[in-house]
Every structure is written in structure tokens, then in C-alpha cells.
Design a protein around this ligand. Structure first.
Ligand SMILES: Nc1nc2c(ncn2[C@@H]2O[C@H](COP(=O)(O)OP(=O)(O)OP(=O)(O)O)[C@@H](O)[C@H]2O)c(=O)[nH]1
Length: 663
């Protein structure tokens, strides 16, 4: 609320008074007498307006009464009806469910509209035209002037339109590297992160490449494609093809893995002197993991397998990438005229990893020779190809919120002061069962009937993580959410907590990402613990078992029916704690029991590990009696009073650490 600075301008109340009684009539107010009344039931005195005052005084009380007076007056007027009406209409909105650092759907729509409107102004700085007669000093001056103009333009855009932008590169020296890389390259490969290709793409960079020479080519290389499901690649492929963007999916991570496995099998072959049929194919059979990911082929998903669509969604191997790059080669390519490939992109999108994968695949000794300038590297990849590696740089682009920039890894996490926005985004994007499975935590959310949304808030996630890791604040000993935020956000940026932005036109991001949360994407340690328990019970674990939120029965539904109910009983029997109060932390044996029981329950419940089972398992792991967790009742929270503590964190855990009232 903005407070009026002068007495002449006291807002709505004054305006109404003036309107009704005219100038000067406001002095009548002085005639209002405040009288003291005694409440005979309590014996307390209170001050109120005299009831016998002129009728208009009643109106005054509407705008000038204090909250309590207003409440009492209204209650007096409406009697019991008042209570009934209030109770029927009441909707609790907790302040922690509205994050002031994020946008509402309506606000986001407005902001996206503005982004669209001003998209054309998101330019990269151009190097001024020059020719043989331009002196070095002259060019330097021209470059600086043009750069300054570019910066002024973007600053004005930010200020006048109140738009949030990426912290784009402001150092002219870095842009000079880019200019040189573009000038010498036949094809400019823009490497982007598969989790948000458009955020990392500079459309104007592609236009600039063509401005410099229409014969140059652009390629959008969507790296980290291992973080996408086949369906996600398909959806992005449809969008990118529709938009006429030349793109390919790649994964430096899978390429590296494939190479290592290839090398391993080659050395095995050498040592065993195995026959040719035992070895990998000449051009390298895909590594198992690579094959697994590539296996999500169109026909498996029931779509037609025509050559084109396969190529559209395929994650290229290094050989295929090199072949693809060579397709851009000028006709006279050879040892004298090598194909020059420029690699550009934001920091951290995987440029170095891509180059390393390419270098590894060529199996030639690579000399990293410095280019004409000191800063970008030229790498002679083969007798036909030179790679020009440009330093990573942030291009100008719009962003809806700072939280989005943090989650995209564009703003550094270590210097972060406001963490609630990005943490809320993480809690909204990653399904609760997956978060719980990754960290082995229980996130206590506000029950639906108390105004909870069924999705944890950022704070709820961070507090659960902090409690689990024993991160406590000094003094009051509350879970240290700020410290937890650094870890959780770094995990999000690194991809441990996977999420892929849907392409424009795909509205339901949760559905788009649903298949991403399977057991294969759990960290190796967590997955190993689970599969070990399964193996002991001779149970096959389904790698596709989903850990997305729809596995949690939010309104009393129970996955698995009778069968799972019986198993639940067996499962809960495993916990020896009495009546929901535990005096000692659970030991490992108990945890193991719990895991086994959960695994059995998961197996009987149709292979799928439901959120409920998983939560029970995690509860046991944490040393919390599963009986304390209301599962399958629609209340995803703890009953008050449980004081179980995890042995490991006992010293840091505060009394009542798992109590409901903490929420
Ligand atoms: N999952 C996955 N992670 C990848 C892939 N490529 C790179 N990364 C990871 O992304 C992070 C950044 O990779 P780099 O290769 O250092 O990225 P860069 O673009 O060279 O970064 P700068 O040197 O800062 O410009 C590293 O943690 C890599 O392990 C990929 O294909 N898949």
C-alpha cells in the first residue's frame, strides 16, 4: 500500500467524504464523540462511537474502523448468519503458497506477450564493415562505437519496457572472439542445452552468420539429449521442423560413454585374442546405455518408423555428427582447404564435452593450436575439419523471472540471496515422489483440507532436505533452508533433478515430463539400494516404474487393491515401534526390512512402485515409523508427536523435528 505523503491527499476515504459532504463539511467529523462503554460480561472498557450520532457517522466507521472494531460491528449486525456465511465461503490461502518472486499465470501471459512484441530487438552486436584500407585503430574505434550503441539499445529496452533479461555478455573482447569465429567458419554450430533449447538459442546469431556470408551454415546442436525421453525429442523435433530450424540431437555424455565402452571391449578383445565375431563392429556399436536410450525408437512407441522421423529424433553418435558437419563442406574441401566449424554457446551447455567427444572419436593425435587471437582455440580434428572453439558467452534473451534464470544455470547459485523463487519452481516441476526417492526424504506438505495444494512448496522441500542432511540454523535450530537451497538448486542445474521445458504449444509441462521420472534416472546409489533389496526378494525391478506424482493417491485411492493392502500389513509389521511413538532410532536391520517389505509391496502392486510404497520405504530409511505417516488417506503429512530421529543426524536434529506443527 502506498501511503499518502500529504494530508491533502488521504486517499479513497477522504475522496468519498468530500464527494458526499462537500468541502468544509469534513469538519463535522469533529462533532463525533468517542464514548467509553463497559462490557458487562467481561467488565472491560472499550471505546466506540456514540450510537446517537448523526446517521452519516455509521458510514465513517466503514472506512475508519480498526479491523477488530469492524469485525465486532459486523458480527453485531449479522449475528449468527455472519458466522455461517463466513464459514461457507472461507478459503484458506496461505502466504507460503504464493511466491512473490514468481509470476501468476495471468502475469506470465502478459510478460510473454511483451517478449514476443520486442523479440526483434534481441540482437547480438555486429562487427562494423571493414576492408583492406581500414586501419587497425580505425576498426577498433568503429567496433567500440557500434558496441556502445548496441548496449545502449538493450539498456533502453530493459528500462522502458521493464523487461527482465539474461545477464548478457558486456565485455567487447568476448564478442570480438565471436566475430572472428563467425568470419572464419563455414558452419556455425550453436550448442544449446536440451532442457530448454529456446532459452539458450540466439536467433539473431543465426541471422548474423547469414549477414556475414549467405554461404555460411547454421546448425542448432541440442546437447544433453540424454536428459530427454523419446517423446520429448519428438515434440521438440516437430516444433523445430515447423519453425524451419536446422537442428540435431546430441549427447556428449552418451558419446563419451560409448567411446569408453568401445575402448574397453577393444582392449578385452586384444587380451583375449578373441575372434572377429566377438568384437564390436568396425564403426563402433553403441554402448549399452546409448543403445537403451536410442532404443526408445519410434516403432516401440507405436509411431511409424520412416527414415525421416528416425533421423529427426535420433541422438547422433560422434561419427554421425562428423559426417553431418562434413555435409556442409565447400566443394574444394581437403588438406589445403579444411572445413571450419565454429562452436558457440552459453557457458555450461557442454561445448568442451562435445569437442572432447569429437576428438576422442577421431583417434588422431590432436594439436590444439592457438588461432590468430589468443582466446579462441582451433583444433585440427582431421585432415578435413578444423574446430574453432569460442569462449562461452551469454546472449541477450528475455526471462520471465530471476528464478527461471537460476534454474537454467544462467545466474550463479553461490551468490544467490533470494532462493525461495527457484526452490518453488523446483518443487513445482519435479514430482514429490521423485524428489523423495532421490534424496531419501519425506516432504511434509500441508494437508489438502488445510489449504494445501498437493504440491510441496519450495520451503517444504528445503526444510525436508535440511532436516535430512542435518543443516540447522544457529540459535533457534530450525532447518537451514538457505543452505539446503544451494544443494537442491545445484542438483537441478546439473540434471540430477531432471526437467525438460516443453516446446511452445505444449501446455501441460507436468504431463510432458511424466515419463522422465523412472527408476533409471535415480542416482546410482539410490537405485542400487533399491535393486539390491529387490534382488534379495527375487523381484524384477521395472526400470520404467514411474515416480511421477500421479502415482500418489491424493484422495484416498490405493494402488494395488486388496493385494497391496495385505502387503501393507506385512510391511507395517516390520516396524516394531509402539503406538506411533518411537523412543529409539531405527537401526539398519529395520531399514533393510522396510526396504524389502516395500519392494515386495511394489512388486505385488504390479511392478510399479507407487508413491505411497516409496514414501513408506523412505520413512523407514529415515528411521520414522511408517505408521506415523498417513499414507493413502489423502493426508500426506505426519501425525503430530512423532519424535523419531535419524541416528546419523541425531546430534543436529531438534526435539519435535518431525512434528506437524512445524509446518
Ligand atoms: N547429461 C549430460 N551432461 C552433459 C552433457 N554434456 C556436458 N554435460 C555436463 O555439463 C556440464 C558442462 O559441460 P562443459 O563441457 O564443461 O560445458 P562448456 O559449454 O564447455 O562450459 P564452459 O567451459 O563454461 O563454456 C558438465 O558438468 C558436463 O558433465 C551431456 O551430453 N549430457
Amino acid at each position: 500500500m502506498v501511503l499518502a505523503k500529504s494530508k491533502k491527499n488521504v486517499g479513497l476515504g477522504n475522496t468519498l467524504m468530500k464527494d458526499r459532504f462537500g468541502k468544509g463539511k469534513g469538519s463535522d467529523m469533529r462533532r463525533v464523540k468517542a464514548i467509553t462503554r463497559i462490557d458487562h460480561t467481561t467488565g472491560q472498557a472499550y471505546i466506540t462511537n456514540d450510537r446517537e450520532e448523526a446517521g452519516w457517522v455509521k458510514m465513517r466507521s466503514v472506512t475508519e474502523q480498526g479491523a477488530l472494531d469492524e469485525f465486532l460491528a459486523t458480527a453485531e449486525l449479522a449475528g449468527t448468519d455472519f458466522t455461517a456465511e463466513k464459514m461457507n465461503n472461507v478459503k484458506i490461502i496461505h502466504s507460503d503458497q504464493i511466491n512473490p518472486y514468481l509470476l501468476s499465470a495471468a502475469e506470465e501471459k502478459v510478460v510473454l506477450g511483451k517478449h514476443k512484441e520486442h523479440k526483434a530487438r534481441l540482437t547480438v552486436p555486429r562487427r562494423p564493415k571493414w576492408n583492406a584500407s581500414t586501419t587497425r585503430e580505425e576498426l577498433d574505434r568503429l567496433e567500440r562505437e557500434s558496441f556502445l550503441e548496441w548496449r545502449k539499445g538493450l539498456a533502453e529496452l530493459q528500462e522502458t519496457q521493464d523487461l527482465l533479461m539474461t545477464p548478457f555478455e558486456r565485455n567487447i573482447e568476448v564478442w570480438r572472439q565471436l566475430w572472428r569465429v563467425i568470419e572464419r567458419s563455414d558452419v556455425v554450430v550453436q550448442i544449446v542445452d536440451a532442457r530448454n533449447p529456446l532459452m539458450f538459442r540466439s536467433e539473431d546469431l543465426e541471422a548474423y552468420v547469414k549477414d556475414v556470408d549467405p554461404k555460411k551454415h547454421n546448425l542448432l546442436l541440442i546437447n544433453k539429449a540424454d536428459m530427454m525421453t523419446y517423446k520429448q525429442r519428438k515434440a521438440w523435433a516437430n516444433y523445430l521442423k515447423g519453425a524451419g530450424i536446422s537442428y540435431r540431437f546430441f549427447s556428449a555424455h552418451l558419446a563419451k560413454q560409448m567411446l569408453e565402452e568401445q575402448e574397453d571391449s577393444e582392449s578385452d578383445m586384444e587380451s583375449e585374442e578373441a575372434g572377429p565375431e566377438a568384437g564390436p563392429s568396425e564403426n563402433g556399436a553403441p554402448a549399452q546405455d546409448t543403445a537403451d536410450r536410442q532404443d526408445e525408437t519410434p516403432e516401440e512407441d507405436g509411431t511409424t518408423q520412416d527414415g525421416d522421423s528416425e533421423a529427426d529424433t535420433r541422438i547422433l553418435t560422434v561419427d554421425e555428427l562428423e559426417k553431418m558437419l562434413l555435409s556442409y563442406a565447400p566443394p574444394d574441401v581437403g588438406p589445403e582447404r579444411k572445413l571450419q566449424v565454429g562452436l558457440v554457446g552459453y557457458p555450461n551447455v557442454g561445448k568442451s564435452s562435445t569437442i572432447n567427444a569429437l576428438i576422442g572419436a577421431t583417434k588422431v593425435s590432436v594439436s590444439a593450436t592457438p588461432g590468430k587471437t589468443k582466446h579462441f582455440q582451433t583444433i585440427h580434428l582431421s585432415d578435413k575439419v578444423i574446430l574453432c572453439d569460442c569462449p562461452g558467452l551469454v546472449f541477450p534473451n528475455f526471462a520471465s523471472t530471476k528464478a527461471e534464470l537460476v534454474c537454467n544455470g544462467v545466474l550463479p547459485i553461490d551468490q544467490l540471496r533470494e532462493y525461495s523463487g527457484p526452490a518453488t519452481l523446483v518443487a513445482r516441476r519435479i514430482p514429490q515422489p521423485f524428489l523423495e526417492a532421490v534424496y531419501g526424504i519425506q516432504i511434509r506438505t500441508r494437508p489438502l483440507e488445510e489449504g494445501g495444494t498437493g504440491i510441496p512448496t519450495g520451503e517444504e522441500l528445503l526444510r525436508a532436505y535440511a532436516r535430512h542432511r542435518g543443516f540447522m540454523t544457529q540459535g533457534l535450530g530450525q532447518p537451514d533452508a538457505s543452505r539446503a537451497a544451494r544443494y537442491v538448486l545445484k542438483d537441478y542445474v546439473s540434471g540430477k533433478l531432471p526437467y525438460v521445458e516443453p516446446p511452445p504449444g505444449v501446455e501441460d509441462a507436468r504431463e510432458f515430463n511424466r515419463e522422465l521420472y523412472d527408476l533409471t534416472r535415480l542416482p546410482a546409489k539410490r537405485r542400487a539400494a533399491l535393486t539390491a533389496a529387490m534382488a534379495e526378494l527375487s523381484v524384477e525391478v521395472d526400470d520404467d516404474a514411474s515416480l511421477s506424482s500421479d502415482m500418489i493417491p491424493l484422495s484416498g485411492g490405493r494402488a494395488g487393491g486388496d493385494k497391496s493392502e495385505k502387503l501393507d500389513k506385512a510391511f507395517f509389521k516390520a516396524g516394531q515401534g509402539s503406538a506411533g511413538h518411537l523412543s529409539m532410532p531405527f537401526n539398519f536391520r529395520y531399514t533393510q526390512q522396510g526396504m524389502e517389505a516395500a519392494a515386495a509391496a511394489a512388486a505385488a502392486g504390479g511392478k510399479q512402485l507407487s508413491g505411497r510404497k516409496l514414501r513408506a520405504m523412505i520413512a523407514l530409511e529415515q528411521g520414522i515409523d511408517p505408521k506415523e505417516v498417513q499414507m493413502g488417506s489423502g493426508k500426506k503429512h505426519f501425525k503430530g508427536g512423532a519424535k523419531a530421529k535419524r541416528g546419523k543426524n541425531r546430534g543436529n536434529t531438534q526435539k519435535g523435528d518431525v512434528r506437524d506443527d512445524e509446518l
